[in-house]
Ligand binder design. Sequence first.
Ligand code: GDP
Length: 317
Amino acid sequence: MAKAAKPVYSLHGKRVWVNGYRGMVGAAVVRRLQSESCTLLTTTSEEVDLRRQSDVEAWMAANRPQAVFLIAATVGGILANDTRPAEFIYDNLAIEANVIDTARKTGVEKLLFMGSACVYPREAPQPINEDCLLTGPLEPTNQWYAVAKIAGVKLAQAYRRQYGCDFISAQPINLFGPGDNFDLESSHVAAALLSKAHAAKADGKATFEVWGSGNPVREFLYVDDAADALVFLMERYSDELPINIGPGQVLTIRELAEAIARVVGFQGAPTFDASKPDGMPKKLLDSTRLGRLGWKATTGLEDGLRKTYAWFLENVA
Ligand code: GDP
């Protein structure tokens, strides 16, 4: 692994705002920052509705964050994306525009915008590198979210170019971990299948249902590794190119379902519902740039799934 790039910004002693901290990623970034000797500022959507410009301006003027992890977003899995397009595009555009513009006006020193692997074209060569942004049509099931996230990447670039703001963006691959959303209507695949396998085991069923063909290929990253990468980039990266975070685990949805059955201790086999969408046939990130900066994931898939299942048993089941 490459030696870690030199720090370009220190969080030490800084007022650091993590929004969306009730969500899986925000909570993981807060956990990670506990060892950084900074002053943590957190907000939830009930405390500050980031879709309202005046609320954002008032909160930021009063609290004066110096560094911002822009993580808050309206998020969800393939079904939620496909059926709530207006929320996915409007909420995310409004959040990004309000926070990024107010960050400039209030003199924020560093801002990291969290994008998503969904920003890339459906037919992009795999694994997808950062230069593929805006080179082809998007995956239709999550195009609304993707358009909003692309706008966030472009906002960070534009404010860097025009105003010299040190705003960066990063796109993590599919994440899972403690604090994930386990609601079957809006969850992503790992949480959904943990929940379904658990219910099948508890009810003594022979099978649990997996959407689609089982053939899509995905890469998964444990959320605490993602949080570590975001903090790493905040302190060691300053450029307009967005950075992929994806050196996770590559497997088919079928293989994921089998791994989840093992972790849950479910003896039966998954079945596949072909009437549900597959989404992108393959979604993997080329994370060479992040690797060159000297960052690497450390949590294995089954280890991460076990920790997620333990959290689920304690907090959700
Ligand atoms: P995506 O990576 O943006 O497509 O997000 P998801 O995590 O929602 O879905 C990943 C893949 O898992 C897709 O091919 C889904 O069809 C498949 N999948 C299988 N079962 C489920 C499920 O119960 N929930 C979700 N969200 N996806 C599932």
